[in-house]
Design a protein around this ligand. Structure first.
Ligand SMILES: Nc1nc2c(ncn2[C@@H]2O[C@H](COP(=O)(O)OP(=O)(O)OP(=O)(O)O)[C@@H](O)[C@H]2O)c(=O)[nH]1
Ligand SMILES: [Mg+2]
Length: 452
């Protein structure tokens, strides 16, 4: 990517809309836009909107537009930015972009506006990534977390740890330098001083890294499979959780024969709910194939809801499934049809619900969230890692700090400790983008859309 030239792209979706915004960024943004809009040489006031006319080569007006100018450095990219709000017709918007290109701007590459915000130092890398997540958010909870990150919450959380590590490095380096000078009065720091600092930094960093357990679900969504023997009310529960009549429900066992999947939001976490075929021994070919898929769904799910029918006695199929589910990861047992007299003797913890009356569904939703949230109620404000890259680097930084702790406990020379401390610091710097390699930057920014 050439970073000095002026770039242009449509910043809004390419369809028909009330308005569509074309964004121009770079040293010559104002001059190029002025040429297209036929403005006199210096009409620009930063942070003010003004009217403009978009004209064709013959001087005929194509659209009346609103133009906003953001003078560097107080703009999204940190460069001069002009945003032209046209009426939202795809032909007008394409015409506007073309005119700007003819006047000297270059079509922007995916993520190039945000890349410029990063390279001009306006935002760090986690903030750039959070802007992408914000745009792609599908639940308000996701948006809130991304929005906090876009405001720099991760850097704020890491700053104190980074300071601690830096101080420790300075102290150890000084100790090593002066140790050679036998007459020196400088105290060489001992384990009693170093270990607590290391421990505190390690707790912080590894705590942040482990918040990815929940953060991953917030970002990528949770796969939730609803399984059970035929007729226990899986499809009814599926519909009730979705709040829509999506899957077919009948009193005939074996109604659902294929996986039915739908997206929902549970406690702000995006969830892919999967309704499955009731599991039993069957000679019917289609049903058998469906049942195979039910087993596959259990294997693929992050969390399985095993549904029992409380209004009838448990069957060997129920017991078989309980065992099966218990052996394949996280699960919750749901006792459905609690609106009817209870016949089933369930001797393990379960949540009583009625898909028909809605009773117990709130508690079920809360239990689903609690299952994926390791320390209950991690508040977004405490810093939640939602990005695999961040989680990986934090884990590596935590590992280095752990190694430093071990080195100190074993009273290894401080040179050894310093190697681990520098490594811990390097991972944090890579996370914030202070020392991130170009190919990683390219990979991150190319995952953006054009116009971002
Ligand atoms: N009383 C009562 N009946 C329910 C409840 N949930 C489901 N049912 C009834 O149970 C029957 C089976 O419901 P489904 O949701 O189709 O059951 P399923 O587990 O999907 O069945 P298959 O797809 O055949 O495996 C239907 O007649 C539902 O109306 C409930 O909470 N209370
Ligand atoms: Mg069903």
């Amino acid at each position: 990517m050439q970073l000095r030239d002026t770039i242009v792209a449509l910043a809004t979706p390419a369809g028909r809309s009330g308005i569509g915004i074309v964004r121009v960024s770079g040293d010559n943004a104002a001059a190029i836009a002025a040429a297209v809009l036929g403005y006199p040489s210096q009409p620009w006031q930063s942070w003010q909107a003004q009217l403009g006319l978009l004209k064709d080569a013959d001087g005929e007006t194509v659209d009346q537009v609103i133009v906003t100018y953001y003078e560097a450095p107080r703009s999204y990219t940190g460069e001069n930015v002009v945003e032209i709000a046209c009426h939202g017709s795809p032909v007008i918007l394409a015409f506007c972009v073309d005119a700007l290109v003819r006047a000297g701007a270059r079509p922007a590459e995916p993520g190039e506006f945000t890349l410029r915000a990063f390279t001009s130092g306006r935002i760090d890398l986690p903030r750039a990534e959070a802007i992408r997540d914000l745009i792609e958010s599908t639940t308000i909870y996701q948006a809130k977390i991304a929005s906090q990150q876009a405001n720099g919450s991760l850097a704020r959380h890491l700053q104190p740890v980074k300071q601690q590590i830096l101080q420790l490095i300075a102290m150890l380096e000084a100790g090593i330098d002066f140790a050679e000078d036998a007459t020196s009065e400088i105290d060489i720091p001992g384990a009693s001083q170093i270990l607590p600092v290391l421990e505190a930094a390690h707790t912080q960093v590894s705590g942040l890294a482990s918040s990815y357990e929940l953060g991953r679900y917030v970002h990528e969504g949770l796969h939730l499979a609803i399984v059970g023997r035929p007729n226990v009310g899986k499809s009814s529960l599926f519909n009730a959780l979705l709040k829509q009549e999506r899957a077919i429900v009948t009193a005939i066992p074996g109604t659902t024969r294929d996986l039915v999947s739908e997206r929902a939001s549970i406690g702000g976490i995006p969830v892919r709910l999967m309704d499955t075929a009731g599991i039993r021994t069957s000679e019917d070919l289609v049903e058998k194939l469906g049942i195979e898929r039910s087993y596959a769904a259990i294997a693929d799910a992050d969390l399985t809801l095993l549904v029992l029918d409380l209004s009838s006695e448990l069957t060997p199929e129920d017991h078989h499934l309980l065992q099966r589910v218990a052996n394949s990861g996280a699960f919750l047992v749901v006792g459905n049809k609690s609106d009817r007299p209870v016949q089933a003797a369930v001797n393990l913890p379960f949540l009583a619900v009625s898909a028909r009356s809605g009773q117990g569904l709130e508690a079920l939703r809360a239990a689903i969230v609690a299952q994926v949230s390791p320390t209950d109620g991690i508040q977004a404000s405490q810093g939640l890692i939602t990005n695999a890259r961040h989680a990986g680097l934090l884990q590596q930084s935590a590992n280095s700090l752990k190694r430093a702790m071990d080195a100190e406990s074993q009273r290894l020379p401080h040179e050894m400790l310093l190697i681990d401390l520098y490594a811990a610091l390097r991972y944090i710097d890579e996370l914030t983008g202070a020392t991130t390699a170009d190919d990683i930057l390219n990979r991150i920014f190319s995952s953006f859309c054009i116009g971002k």
